[in-house]
Design a binder for this molecule. Structure first.
Ligand SMILES: N[C@@H](CCC(=O)N[C@@H](CS)C(=O)NCC(=O)O)C(=O)O
Length: 267
């Protein structure tokens, strides 16, 4: 059975779980040791994921990291039912939506997590970062509305790659009080997406983790960070988001306190 290195709150891992479930592929989901501390990873996990990130998929001899590459692998390995449209132009269109969500929308939720769960900022700075995140998310919802247009699904007539790439992020935003108007096209799309068993199960796992069912949930996470027991990865678009949204001091303080990590060398 394929093994997916997972974290229930990771939108990237959620994309992969929704795809596997839509295709009816049974898999084991495993939270890797060392993910919070950012160190002490098991060799087997690093072999699958040299950056020490989830998701990573192990399928027989195949080791695949990065959700987009995993989704491409899953599509080729288990082609039915297809989760990509049939024409090159449509495939490119849905992949661009996926890319926008993964690299532009994702850091908004992540940044809010850094502030509200990990307590990286307080007072005026926390408020400014939160307001900036809310304005950015609203702009992205407008963009998503235009991408959806009159289609039932982002992919077109059938639920697919773009849909499973948008749902985890919009569901993640609801926890921060940011959501589409229920009667908007996007709001109705989200309700439809969440009725799908693959999406519902994946969202329920995230909610259970947040509620504490996943080994402590997020309750004491800020204390763990303060004690140096958590080291968060600040990479690429996340690092950019924090700086351009006004949180350079958060990055500098995290480096000083050694509770931020960058990507290590692949070895
Ligand atoms: N581009 C990667 C991003 C994966 C990623 O950033 N995963 C996060 C969880 S959402 C992670 O594992 N971070 C490691 C850490 O925070 O220590 C993908 O699409 O899979």
């Amino acid at each position: 059975m394929p093994l997916l290195y997972d974290h229930p709150l990771s939108p990237y891992a959620q994309k992969c779980k929704i795809a596997l479930r839509e295709k009816g592929v049974a898999f084991e989901a495993r939270l890797p040791a060392g993910l919070g501390p950012g160190a002490g990873f098991e060799r087997a996990f690093l072999e699958a994921s040299p950056r020490g990130e989830v998701p990573a998929l192990v399928d027989g001899e195949a080791r695949v990291f990065d959700s987009t590459i995993i989704l491409d692998y899953v599509e080729e390995r288990w082609p039915e039912p297809p989760l990509l449209p049939s024409t090159p132009a449509e495939r490119a269109r849905v992949r661009m939506i996926e890319e926008a969500m993964d690299t532009h929308y994702e850091p908004i939720n992540w940044g809010l997590g850094e502030i509200h769960f990990f307590r990286r900022a307080e007072g005026e700075l926390a408020q400014a970062l939160t307001e900036s995140a809310a304005a950015q998310a609203a702009a992205w919802r407008r963009w998503l509305e235009t991408q959806l247009g009159d289609r039932p699904w982002f992919d077109g007539e059938r639920f697919g790659r773009a849909d499973l790439s948008v749902a985890p992020y919009l569901n993640g935003s609801r926890g921060f009080g940011m959501q589409p108007e229920p009667e908007s096209r996007l709001g109705r799309w989200l309700a439809r997406a969440n009725e799908r068993p693959a999406v519902a199960q994946t969202a329920a796992e995230a909610a259970a983790f947040l509620a504490g069912g996943g080994g402590g949930g997020m309750g004491q996470i800020a204390e763990l960070l303060a004690k140096g027991l958590f080291k968060r990865e600040y990479r690429d678009h996340r690092l950019e988001w924090m700086i351009r949204s006004g949180g350079l001091s958060v990055v500098l303080e995290g480096l000083e306190r050694k509770n931020i990590r960058f990507t290590g060398e692949f070895d």
